[in-house]
Design a protein around this ligand. Sequence first.
Ligand SMILES: [Zn+2]
Length: 274
Amino acid sequence: MACSRGGLTAKLRALVGARACQPPLSLRRAIGLTILGQADTRKVTSEGAERMIAKLGQRVLIVGAHADDIEIGCGGTAHRLLSEGAEVTALVVTDTHYVRGDVVHRDSSLAQKEAKAAADTIGYQTYFGTARNNDVKVNSELVYFIRDYIEKLKADTIFTHWDGDAHLDHRNVASATIMATRDPRNLLMYRTNFYMSPEAFRPNLLVDITDNFETKMKALSCYRAELERNGDTYFDWVRHANRVSGATAGVGYAEEFQIVKYYLKSNPVSMQKE
Ligand SMILES: [Zn+2]
């Protein structure tokens, strides 16, 4: 199902904002993927967009707690990987139904309908689990639920929440995914909110999503109920966060990830020469 655009067009324009000032295309293409070392030593690949699959993976599984987490945290990277021919699948472990007291903050059927529109906009399929919102528990059931998808898809790259996230569900999904990710060579954590935590998110891998940012924001605009409930706060944060990340990497927009493990195929010496 395509995302309804009509009334959202003007709003979307405002959310996406003016295209950020960008360095020359040749430079942007040269910075396909940026890895930041612990000593803040920046190693920049020169292989451009067409080789990002080689740096990450061909079969990608993105695990999130709620509908919209995946698009917020790595919608641009997912779109870019898909455009390069990767297989990308999204797994939301809750049914997204959110009730507090007698108030339904998020209706499951509506949220999943919006999630499908967002997924269609980016180009992947989203599967849902049955865990309850704000009640995700780290147990063998959740670990094997995620692991079954990893094995069924033969996923080689896994994205999940940051394990220091202040949101209970996000943190527990991160823990369960880390436990479930045994064989896949890459495991990367994304941040999906701006809540303060005593732990620090330490991004050490940036992906240039300048050419994918507009599609990401279109996907986010499919979450109309959340947009009406929260206003533009989240969209503003996403736009600014991706822009600041882009500036860090010298590109228009970027998404940030913290590496749990990353399998480097080429030897480090040749990578530095690239
Ligand atoms: Zn969430």
